[in-house]
Write a protein that binds this ligand. Structure first.
Ligand code: CAO
Length: 477
C-alpha cells in the first residue's frame, strides 16, 4: 500500500477554474475512473477521475474553492503499490462537439447563426485530444495527473456539432453533466436537456437521470402505456405536486367515462397534428325558419334545435368534401374513404362526456334527426347507450351553443380526421355593403388532422358549411 496525490491536470489554458463538486469523502473506497472532483472553468467542466482504485485519505479542496494552478493537490488516495503507475496525461480526452472553437463564440447560448444554438453540448462527438494546448506540457511525478474528461459547454459552430448521434443537438441552453452521466443518459435514451440537475449549479447527477427515467416509466404506466416516445424526446411528465402544502384538498376518484375521455383526448392530441379554422355562419334566416316550426314541433312532440340542422349541413358539406370523411390507415400508406355519413354528437352528461353517433345523417330529414338526437342525448344522460350507438362515427359535432362562449378549439375524435365546435350564436352588426344590420352569427371552429386534411380542404368544407347554414334551402340542392 502507498499513497498517491491526485492533482489538477493541464487545464488547456482555462481560467477561473472552480471546484463545483467534491464527489467523494474521506474514507470512501473508490474504483478506478470514479469521479473524485468536478472542476469548472469559463469554458469547460472537468471530471477528475480516480487514476486507480483505492481509499480516500485526504481532501485538499472543497466546493467553491478556486483552483490556483495546474498540479495543485486535490485528493490523497491510498493505493496498492503493485498498481502504482502514474497515468500519462496525454490520454486526456476532450468531449466536445467542436475542435477549434473561435473565441467569438465563447458565451454560453451564443448563436452561430446555424440555428443550432447549444448544439455543442454534445457528448457523442468525442474528439481525442490532438492539439498541443490540450496535452500536458509537463507531467508531474506527484501529484498524479489523471485522465480528465472535459465537457465543453458552449455552442458549436461547425458541422461536427450537427452529428446525428448527438442526443442534445438542436437544443438550446447549457447542460452541466459529466461524461459518466452523459453515458448513462445515452444508454437510457433520454435527452439531458429534459432533466433538471440537482447538483451544484444545476449540474446533472446520475441520480437525476435515474429519477427522470423512473418518472417516465411511472407516467407511461399510469397512462396505460399509450404515450409513444419512439423517435422523439418523449413527453416530460408533469411533476407530482403536494397541493396540501398550499391548502385543504380532497382526492376524488375519476369515473370510468372520465378516465376513458382522458385517455382518448390524450391519444388524439398526441397523434393528430391539429389545426383549427374559424368562421361565423349567419343563421338569422335559419333561426326564423326554426322558430316558425315551433308549433309543428309541439304537435309532433319534438323540438327542432340548431343541432339537427348543423348535423344535416355537415353531412352535405362532407359529401361534397369527402377528404374530411376519411381516416388514416395504420400502415401510413393509405386513406380509408368512408361512403357513409355517421356523425358523432358530443353530449354533456353528469357522468362525463359521451359521444353517441347519429347514423346516415345524409339520408334523414330534420324532424327525424331532431328525434334521434333528443333520444340519443337522453340515453347518454341516463347511461343507457349501447356500445354500437357510440361507434362508427365519421365526423363529430360538439355544440356548446346552449352553454355559451365565443369559440373553442375542439379535439379531434380520432381516428376521425375532423370535428366541428359550435359556440353560442349572438346578434352582431354585419355590413351588407351599404349599412350595418343586426344578424344572428353562429361561431364555428373546425379542427382537422393535418396529416389527412389540408388547409384548402378544410377551408372549402367550412365555406360550404357557412353557406349552407346561411341559406338552408341549399341543403336540398
Ligand atoms: N347558439 C345559441 N343557442 C343555442 C345554440 C347555439 N349555438 N345551440 C342550441 N341553442 C339553444 C337551443 O335552441 C335551445 O334553446 P330554445 O329552447 O330557446 O330553443 C337551448 O339552447 C337548449 O338546447 P339543448 O342543449 O337542449 O339542445 P341542443 O340540440 O342545442 O344540444 C346537445 C343537444 C346534446 C348537443 C347538448 O345538450 C349538449 O350536451 N351539449 C354539450 C356538448 C359538449 O359538452 N361539448 C363539449 C365537448 S368537449 O368537452
Amino acid at each position: 500500500m502507498g499513497s498517491e496525490i491526485v492533482g489538477v491536470p493541464d487545464l488547456g489554458g482555462a481560467e477561473e477554474v472552480e471546484v463545483i463538486e467534491v464527489s467523494v469523502a474521506v474514507g470512501d473506497i473508490v474504483e478506478v475512473d470514479q469521479t473524485l472532483v468536478v472542476l469548472e472553468s469559463d469554458k469547460a467542466m472537468m471530471e477528475i477521475p480516480a487514476p486507480k482504485a483505492g481509499k480516500i485519505l485526504k481532501l485538499f479542496v472543497k466546493e467553491e474553492d478556486k483552483i490556483e494552478k495546474e498540479g495543485d493537490p486535490l485528493v490523497e488516495m491510498e493505493v496498492s503499490e503493485a498498481d502504482g503507475s502514474v497515468q500519462d496525461q496525454s490520454e486526456t480526452a476532450i468531449e466536445s462537439g467542436v475542435n477549434d472553437e473561435p473565441e467569438t463564440n465563447d458565451e454560453p447560448g451564443a448563436s452561430d447563426g446555424s440555428g443550432l444554438e447549444g448544439a455543442a453540448v454534445s457528448d457523442q462527438a468525442k474528439v481525442e485530444s490532438q492539439s498541443s494546448d490540450t496535452k500536458a506540457a509537463t507531467i508531474p511525478e506527484t501529484p498524479t495527473a489523471p485522465d480528465v474528461n472535459l465537457t465543453i459547454q458552449k455552442p458549436a459552430d461547425n458541422a461536427s456539432a450537427q452529428s446525428p448521434q448527438s442526443d442534445d443537438a438542436n437544443v438550446p441552453g447549457e447542460v452541466y453533466a459529466g461524461p459518466a452521466v452523459r453515458q448513462l443518459a445515452r444508454e437510457l435514451g433520454v435527452a439531458l436537456t429534459d432533466i433538471r440537475g440537482s447538483g451544484p449549479r444545476g449540474r446533472l447527477l446520475k441520480e437525476d437521470v435515474q429519477a427522470y427515467v423512473k418518472s417516465l416509466v411511472k407516467g407511461r404506466a399510469s397512462s396505460g402505456g399509450s404515450v409513444s416516445s419512439a423517435g422523439g424526446r418523449g413527453i416530460p411528465p408533469v411533476p407530482d405536486t403536494d397541493f396540501s402544502e398550499f391548502g385543504e384538498i380532497e382526492t376524488i376518484k375519476m369515473s370510468k367515462i372520465a378516465r376513458l375521455t382522458a385517455t382518448n383526448m390524450h391519444r388524439s392530441w398526441l397523434n393528430a397534428p391539429h389545426v383549427t379554422q374559424f368562421d361565423d355562419a349567419d343563421i338569422t334566416e335559419l333561426e326564423a325558419f326554426r322558430k316558425s316550426l315551433k308549433a309543428e314541433g309541439e304537435l309532433r312532440g319534438t323540438k327542432l334545435t340548431p343541432v339537427p340542422i348543423i348535423l344535416k349541413a355537415c353531412a352535405v358539406a362532407l359529401a361534397n368534401n369527402p377528404v374530411l370523411n376519411r381516416s388514416l390507415h395504420s400502415d401510413g400508406q393509405h386513406y380509408i374513404q368512408k361512403h357513409y355519413m355517421h356523425i358523432g354528437m358530443a353530449v354533456d352528461t353528469p357522468r362525463g362526456l359521451i359521444v353517441p353517433v347519429v347514423r346516415d345523417v345524409d339520408k334523414k330529414g330534420l324532424w327525424q334527426l331532431a328525434e334521434e338526437i333528443a333520444a340519443l342525448a337522453a340515453k347518454a344522460r341516463d347511461g343507457k347507450l349501447t356500445a354500437k350507438e357510440m361507434q362508427g362515427g365519421c365526423f363529430t359535432v360538439s355544440s356548446l351553443g346552449a352553454i355559451g362562449g365565443k369559440g373553442f378549439t375542439p379535439i379531434i375524435n380520432t381516428p376521425q380526421v375532423a370535428i366541428l365546435g359550435v359556440s353560442k350564436a349572438q346578434i352582431q352588426p354585419a355590413w351588407n355593403g351599404s349599412e350595418f344590420l343586426p344578424r344572428n352569427m353562429l361561431p364555428l371552429a373546425l379542427s382537422y388532422d393535418h396529416q389527412a386534411v389540408n388547409g384548402g380542404d378544410a377551408g372549402r368544407f367550412m365555406t360550404e358549411l357557412v353557406s349552407l347554414l346561411g341559406d338552408i334551402r341549399r341543403l336540398s340542392l
